[in-house]
Design a protein around this ligand. Structure first.
Ligand SMILES: [Fe+2]
Ligand SMILES: [Fe+2]
Length: 127
């Protein structure tokens, strides 16, 4: 399954949309390296995902803070929980190829839920 950006995914902010697109692109690369059973490559990509996710979350939190969005606390909690999940997944991926279902949950489902579910709720506040 490849994630493809659609205009309807927009949260109405060009910087955040660009970051979400980049995150989807990293998720697609993670999936491709898993399909090739390339544990070393997958580990590098998960590291990149963790770094970029952190950067993205901080950007999102800063922008929500600036506009006084009441959803900020919920966003922060969701971001922190995900960062922890990703650390666990990366630990799992150091010794062997992680379970496909775990990758699916943490890489695909989580990001689609993040972008299409929780993030779109703050869109009206950013305007
Ligand atoms: Fe986001
Ligand atoms: Fe978010």
């Amino acid at each position: 399954m490849t994630l493809v950006w659609k205009d309807e995914y927009s949260v109405g902010n060009a910087e955040l949309d660009a970051q979400h697109r980049k995150l989807m692109e990293i998720c697609n690369r993670a999936q491709a390296s898993l399909a090739q059973s390339d544990a070393g490559d997958l580990h590098l990509i998960l590291n990149e995902l963790a770094e970029y996710a952190k950067y993205h979350f901080r950007t999102e939190e800063r922008l929500l803070e600036e506009c006084g969005c009441p959803l900020l606390d919920g966003q922060r909690a969701g971001h922190m929980a995900y960062e922890e999940q990703l650390v666990e997944l990366m630990l799992e991926a150091t010794s062997s190829l992680p379970d496909k279902a775990a990758i699916h949950r943490h890489v695909y489902d989580w990001w689609m839920h993040h972008i299409l579910g929780s993030d779109r709720q703050y869109a009206p506040y950013l305007k």
